[in-house]
Write a protein that binds this ligand. Structure first.
Ligand code: ADP
Ligand code: MG
Length: 813
């Protein structure tokens, strides 16, 4: 017997095999009209047929075509999410961005008239869900956490995965997961009729969806059907800059100002990379023109929360280093910093027949739009601007595909975005400003053609676009530390990471290696369960083994003078260190130095040695502590760049280190409320006790990378086989390790790299144990050796006691 239907559900006629239900919705006149213009609404029947007949459907429609706002309503109207209907479970809609989850929930709620309260959203720390909820918008991270609680997601009847083209790690994992959940729910429903099958809709704003549709490991029942919602798009005239300016915020200010003075009425949308830039430009525009509101001086504080999947890139402030980080000088062939003459700048601002510039007294209605902006402020972009004003929206990527802002006629695109990047070598994930892809640039341009013909002003040249922009952005999973992905999946209870159906799978070897490493580190138990340490680790934006994360902090000695490289080994002889051993090499290199006969050069070399000594005064066996000393000293310098120059430090690496330190301090603080002091630029030098603790901690983290001196038996000095130089003292790695080519290095001697502090010691002074960060097969020429050797980059020299404490898991020695 059928349960009685709630009042709002009515049985409709139609397909006798599929009893259709519908929920009536009274929409306002205005909303009705707006909906009718949306391409997705024109395809309602086709879309709903596809969803009824398939468990997985892919929907493609240009941004603004109505996917996010309309699909949930179609489903709701056909009974999804209503108790008593054939599909009583919730309609879940996932978004990669919090802003979109909140604002889309609000919009759908508004469109649903008397059913407004059926729509809710959930983001980290904030939920409006109630018993009445039928449609729930959430970030993809929230749904992943729900899967950890109930793998079958019984609460839901359908999941809409939105913005799939963005290919965030969470979206990719989610798609892999739901592909399995669909199968699980099918079999559960056969056993228990109260469990209904799960349906999935993947929504994308680009047609690059073959990773989902043509992936046999993903959807086993065959490729899901694709439904296209043809977008109505007005033509957008694209104007490239003749030259690409390095300071794109300044460039944006100039172009937008000119545009406002010269162009007819129409909203402007400016794409920048983050809050700082947006605030900067907002302030300048409000100073230059008559604003509709005063400058808001309150600053949204970036909240770092312990367990949430990392912040969206745009939320992070990159300090003063944004321009440096962009590194555009490396690839920006036609970059020009000088001003342009007016004629060039006017390009693209000519009026067409019958067009007229706005009145010169027109006020500017400047609105910021970024992820951390309070919701109330975000919503202002959807409100009509005040009379006689021009709306100018300064936005991050959020406005690229997630949000469609009404009335935009002009787009100004800086061509850059803040992105998560991952350095395979250092294991560090960082947020950098980089070029967007061609696909993104075209999405941005498209924002100008929603309501009528528009213009897009690109703040870069067509040459840069052609040569530097990738077709598409790589999926994030390929730009993320793999240990982090494995840890995240394990903490969601997914044990078979290697066979997981990723839309774009990382290498199996990489996954296996990551799993082993996480076990070694104690982040996973032997049977693959996440430990409390593992949970902590997963909150840091670093691979768990990121050491000296920002790359070399010091200018290598052999690069002191780029025109005249000096052989590395000569340093200890030239600096005339009293503790250098008096061997025959010394003489040979003295002549070498003589031959160079360059006073200035020698001065420089001496100054270099002095600087190096200064940083290693606390501990002459630890390169890691030398870096720490340099970082402490840098924090006290009044002029970081001048200090770097004087002390032979790589200024850029120090800026990155500072930024990373600030970020990590914030995370540690939020993980340990009340225990950790706030970030301070000035970091006091560690005490002797702290140095000891640091050595043990570093060694515990790199327990795989400990080497022991191989020539422990005392060797008489006259023995010709005794090593003469520190860099000839053989060590054996304690654990089986491999070099980059996968060659087994066990039982092979390794030697200290000549760039290490330890290379300055006598062989006798060389420590018994060394913890190193990585190994390198050095070329013969590097140290004028006959045989190439495997060189290690030491971090610290732990004591035997410390090693045994680590082995027995006892407290710090
Ligand atoms: P898609 O998901 O395909 O990109 P959306 O469903 O987000 O498209 O948007 C469909 C339409 O709804 C757009 O034209 C957009 O301008 C409009 N819209 C979305 N949110 C709002 C809002 N808060 N106020 C007014 N219009 C909105
Ligand atoms: Mg959308």
């Amino acid at each position: 017997q059928e349960e009685p239907l709630p009042r709002e559900l009515q049985v409709t006629h139609g397909d006798p095999n599929r009893k259709a239900y519908s929920v009536a919705v009274d929409r306002t006149e205005e909303i009705q009209t707006a909906r009718l213009g949306l391409p997705v609404v024109g395809e309602e029947q086709k879309i709903m047929e596809a969803i009824h007949n398939n468990s997985v459907v892919v929907i493609w429609g240009a941004t603004g075509s109505g996917k996010t706002t309309q699909l949930p309503q179609f489903l709701f109207e056909s009974g999804f999410g209503s108790p008593g209907s054939p599909n009583p479970g919730l309609i879940g809609v996932t978004q990669p961005r919090r802003v979109a989850a909140v604002s889309m929930a609000n919009r759908v709620s508004q469109e649903l008239g008397q059913h407004a309260e059926k729509v809710s959203y959930q983001i980290r720390f904030e939920s409006t869900a109630s018993k009445k909820t039928a449609i729930k918008f959430m970030t993809d991270g929230i749904l992943l956490r729900e899967i950890a609680d109930d793998f079958a997601l019984r609460k839901y009847s359908i999941i809409l995965i939105d913005e799939a083209h963005e290919r965030s790690v969470n979206t990719d994992i989610l798609i892999g997961m739901v592909s399995r959940i669909v199968g699980l729910r099918k079999s559960l429903s056969k056993e228990d009729p109260s469990v209904k099958p799960l349906k999935v809709v993947i929504m994308s704003a680009t047609l690059r969806i073959s990773d989902f549709t043509e992936n046999p490991s993903l959807f086993r029942d065959g490729a899901p059907p694709l439904v296209q919602a043809e977008g109505r798009q007005y033509p957008v005239a694209v104007h490239f800059s003749r030259r690409t300016q390095r300071d794109y915020v300044e460039d944006a200010f100039r172009k937008v100002s000119r545009g406002h003075r010269k162009l007819p009425a129409g909203g402007m949308l400016v794409f920048l990379t983050g809050q700082n830039e947006i605030r900067q430009l907002s302030k300048r525009l409000k100073q230059a023109f008559k604003p509709t509101q005063r400058e808001d001086t309150t600053q949204a504080k970036v909240q770092l929360s312990a367990n949430e999947a990392p912040l969206e890139a745009e939320d992070l402030e990159l300090g003063g280093t944004e321009m440096d980080n962009a590194g555009h000088d490396d690839y920006d062939s036609d970059m020009e910093i000088t001003g342009l003459d007016d004629a060039e700048e006017d390009e693209g601002f000519e009026l067409a027949e019958g067009e007229e510039a706005m009145d010169s007294s027109t006020r500017v209605h400047v609105l910021p739009l970024y992820s951390q902006l309070p919701t109330k402020e975000q919503m202002k972009v959807f409100e009509p601007p005040p009379e006689n004003s021009r709306v100018i929206i300064l936005a991050t990527n959020v406005a690229e595909t997630s949000l469609t802002i009404p009335g935009i006629k002009y787009v100004f695109d800086c061509g850059r975005a803040k992105e998560k990047q991952f350095d395979l070598f250092t294991g560090v994930q960082s947020f950098q400003v980089g070029w967007i892809s061609k696909a993104s640039a075209n999405q941005r341009a498209g924002r100008a053609g929603r309501t009528g013909p528009g213009h897009c002003y690109r703040m870069y040249s067509s040459a840069v676009y052609e040569s530097e922009f990738a077709e598409y952005t790589d999926p994030e999973i390929l730009r993320t530390p793999i240990e982090g992905v494995v840890l995240q999946m394990k903490s969601m209870g997914l044990h078979n990471v290697i066979n997981f159906p990723f839309p774009t799978p990382p290498s199996r070897q990489g996954l296996a290696k990551a799993e082993k490493l996480l076990k070694n580190l104690g982040a996973l138990t032997a049977d693959g369960q996440v430990t409390p340490i593992g949970r902590r680790l997963s909150t840091y934006p670093l691979s768990p083994v990121a050491a000296l994360a920002v790359g070399d902090l010091f200018v290598p000695e052999n690069q002191l003078d780029p025109n005249n490289p000096l052989p590395t080994t000569s340093k200890k002889q030239v600096d005339d260190d009293s503790d250098s051993d008096s061997d025959s090499n010394k003489r040979k290199v003295y002549t070498n130095a003589d031959r160079l006969a360059d006073d200035e050069r020698e001065q420089r070399t001496k100054a270099y040695a002095r600087a190096q000594r200064l940083f290693s005064k606390h501990d002459d066996t630890s390169d890691a502590l030398k870096s720490l000393s340099a970082i402490c000293a840098y924090g006290y310098a009044s002029d970081g760049d001048a200090f770097s120059e004087k002390m032979f430090l790589r200024a850029k690496a120090f800026k990155e280190a500072t930024q990373l330190r600030r970020q990590l301090t914030d995370i540690v603080r939020s993980n340990n409320p009340g225990l950790v002091p706030a970030y301070e630029a000035r970091l006091p030098e560690p005490s002797q006790k702290q140095i000891k603790a640091l050595k043990q901690i570093v060694t515990a983290g790199f327990i795989d990378n400990v080497a022991i001196r191989a020539d422990l038996a005392p060797v008489p000095p006259e023995n010709p086989r005794a090593p003469r130089r520190a860099i000839d003292v053989p060590y054996l790695t304690l654990f089986r390790s491999r070099d980059g080519k996968g060659q087994d290095l066990q039982e092979r001697a390794v030697y200290v790299h000549p760039s290490s502090l330890l290379a300055k010691l006598t062989p006798k002074e060389m420590p018994q144990y060394i913890t190193y960060s990585h190994l390198q097969q050095s070329s013969a020429s590097l140290v004028s050796d006959q045989v190439p050797k495997i060189r290690m980059f030491p971090l610290v020299a732990p004591s035997g006691l410390q090693l045994s404490a680590i082995a027995h898991d006892t407290p710090l020695i």
